[in-house]
Structure formats: structure tokens, C-alpha cells
Design a protein around this ligand. Structure first.
Ligand SMILES: C[S@@+](CC[C@H](N)C(=O)[O-])C[C@H]1O[C@@H](n2cnc3c(N)ncnc32)[C@H](O)[C@@H]1O
Length: 328
């Protein structure tokens, strides 16, 4: 198929002043609950995105390198099975594994467009410029957007579309919102479209907990960064040094929970919300869940979103899985 001519690089943003409202709403809602909570998307300002990249390089954090190996071993098959002409990447971040897919699509002679989608404006701009330069003739259509709210703003597919959702990010959603998100992804797959979904797998708690409690303390800095974001964006006065990082595997839910624990009782004011919040000594604020999957859990979630698995790729130690799915 001859690709439609488009500008080589465009980045559109759907995040604006209203989205400080989203942070404000999440903080108001989350800090006034009996178990205080903030959604993980607010980690990712420029500093948070850098810290996440540093996490991906940590020896304990096996996810990134394992997912990369799986992609390297199977990208040609993925390109052949999907015949995809465009790659949409949700939560693309710095897109370090994406070249493996783009190279396979280029080798198959189908690659026409790449669309990174992320809440982090800096990473979307950087990746869009970089890939437009590295892949001559590739049209890059970046979206600075919230994939929970803005998927309808994707450009119309140029042909068979592959939506990659890597890094185990789907695990950051509780079961109900995970299915809702998968359903909304299903709606933008387009004719002949596929979803490529990276999921971390249930394994020994020791290995899982080490990945979120690295010895260099980078995950702790990443976790604490959300308090800096709230201080800066909403004029809060969290004493960041008075909180400590906590991460543990919840065996019943089969997910990792990250929390921030107040070392002592604290009173926090959030100026933009005219909100006063008290933390008791050792009280915890939940900042992330990261669900771990069994094949059954994933099949059930995909089926509930009207999708079926076409192929499942994993590493020899079954640490991580990359699944290719389509509408059933
Ligand atoms: C766990 S990182 C994964 C990054 C990359 N895909 C990888 O595999 O290494 C999650 C990424 O999703 C982005 N993100 C989180 N929530 C988002 C949302 N609601 N909408 C868009 N991007 C989001 C973050 O900014 C971050 O880049």
C-alpha cells in the first residue's frame, strides 16, 4: 500500500491547563480517602521520566531487558502476523525498545507511521524528533495525551495498525479500570489491527520485591518524586524527606504496591486546593500498583474487553510476556 503523504513529524498536545485540574482532582480525591492514594501517571514529569529510565537500567529491574529480548526474538514474526503499516505506542516514554519493532516493520517493507503517546511532553517531543531522523520517510505523529482519555484523538489508521503497550504499564491499573482501558484500546485498533501487550508475570516474591527496592535507591527517588510534583504544581508543602519508600508484593492480589510512609506525624497544606491533610506517624500513601499476570488472568482481561490472543511470546525463565491480541 502506498502511504499517504504526511508531514514527517508532528506532535499534538491534548494536555493543557485543564490537566492541572486532573492532578488537582486526583490529589483532592486521593488524599481525602481513608487509605490515601495517588495514581502513578503523576510520577512522570521530566525528572520522573529520567528516573524511570534509570530504573530500567538497574540490575534488579529485569523487566526492561527481558521484554527487549522477547521483542528481539519475535519482532519479525510480529511484523509478519500483523502486516502493520503503523505503530502506535501507548506510554512510549523514551521508547528504547521500539526500534526493534520499527526495524522489523521496515524490513517487512510495511512501515509508514509511528505514533508515540505519552503524558510526558518532553519524551514525546524527543522521541518524535529522534525517530523522524533515524527512519527517513517515516511519518511520526506524536500525541502528548492521557491514554485513558484521549485515544479518540489518534489519527485515522493508514492501514493495519499495531498498538504497542509495553513495559508492563497495563499492570498499573486495578482490574476494573484495566478492562475499561483495554476496551477503549479495542475501539481504536481499526480494521485488521492488533494490540501488543507487555505484562510482567507472577513469580517468586523475592525477585519481584527486589525489582522495586533496588539497592541504589533509584525507585525510592522515583516514588518520592510525586510529592515534588504536587508541591510544584499545586503549591503543596510536603516535606519530601519526611517520607520513605515502601514496596511489597501483595500475594492475594498478585500485585506490587508502592507506598510512601510518613516517618512522623505531618500536616500538609495544598494551597491550590485550599486543602489541609494530616498524616499520622507511619501512615502510608499508595502511589502505584503493578499487577503481575498469569496467562489465565490476561486471557480473562482481554476476553472481557472483547479481545483474543493470537500469539504469546515469553523468555525461557517465564519472567515476562509479550502477547499479541486482536478483537475476537
Ligand atoms: C512504566 S513506564 C513504561 C515506559 C516504556 N513504555 C517502557 O516500556 O519502558 C510508563 C509510561 O507511561 C506513561 N504514562 C503513564 N500513565 C499515562 C497515561 N495515563 N497516559 C499517557 N501516558 C502515560 C508514563 O509517562 C511513562 O512514560
Amino acid at each position: 500500500m502506498k502511504p499517504i503523504l504526511e508531514a514527517a513529524v508532528e506532535v499534538r498536545s491534548h494536555l493543557g491547563p485543564d490537566d492541572e485540574r486532573t492532578l488537582a482532582d486526583d490529589v483532592l480525591d486521593g488524599l481525602t480517602r481513608p487509605l490515601k492514594e495517588l495514581p502513578p501517571k503523576h510520577f512522570y514529569d521530566a525528572r520522573g521520566s529520567e528516573l524511570f529510565d534509570a530504573i530500567c537500567e538497574l540490575p534488579e529491574y529485569y523487566q526492561t531487558r527481558t521484554e527487549r529480548l522477547i521483542l528481539e526474538a519475535n519482532a519479525d514474526e510480529i511484523a509478519a502476523l500483523t502486516g502493520a503499516v503503523e505503530l502506535v505506542e501507548l506510554g512510549s516514554g523514551s521508547a528504547t525498545k521500539t526500534r526493534v519493532l520499527l526495524d522489523a516493520m521496515a524490513a517487512a517493507g510495511t512501515l509508514a507511521r509511528y505514533a508515540p503517546v505519552d503524558v510526558s511532553a518532553t519524551t514525546v517531543h524527543a522521541v518524535a524528533e529522534l525517530f523522524a531522523e533515524e527512519y527517513p520517510g517515516l511519518s511520526v505523529a506524536g500525541l502528548v495525551a492521557d491514554f485513558e482519555r484521549h485515544l479518540a484523538h489518534l489519527r485515522k489508521p493508514l492501514g493495519p495498525r499495531l498498538i504497542a503497550f509495553l513495559g508492563g504499564t497495563i499492570g498499573n491499573f486495578t482490574p476494573g479500570s484495566r478492562r475499561r482501558l483495554l476496551r477503549s484500546i479495542g475501539k481504536v485498533l481499526g480494521p485488521g489491527g492488533h494490540l501488543l501487550l507487555g505484562t510482567d508475570l507472577v513469580k517468586e516474591p523475592r525477585v519481584l520485591e527486589a525489582a522495586y527496592n533496588d539497592s541504589a535507591g533509584v525507585t525510592a527517588q522515583f516514588n518520592l518524586n510525586v510529592l515534588h510534583v504536587v508541591n510544584r504544581e499545586l503549591g503543596a508543602n510536603f516535606d519530601v524527606g519526611a517520607f520513605e519508600h515502601v514496596a511489597f508484593f501483595d500475594r492475594e492480589q498478585e500485585w506490587i504496591e508502592m507506598r510512601l510512609r510518613a516517618r512522623a506525624a505531618q500536616h500538609v497544606r495544598v494551597e491550590a486546593l485550599d486543602l489541609e491533610v494530616d498524616f499520622a506517624a507511619r501512615e502510608e500513601l499508595r502511589t502505584e500498583i503493578s499487577a503481575k499476570f498469569t496467562p489465565e488472568r490476561l486471557c480473562r482481561d482481554l476476553a472481557a474487553a472483547g479481545m483474543e490472543i493470537v500469539a504469546r511470546f515469553t523468555d525461557p525463565d517465564e519472567r515476562f510476556a509479550v502477547s499479541l491480541a486482536r478483537l475476537a
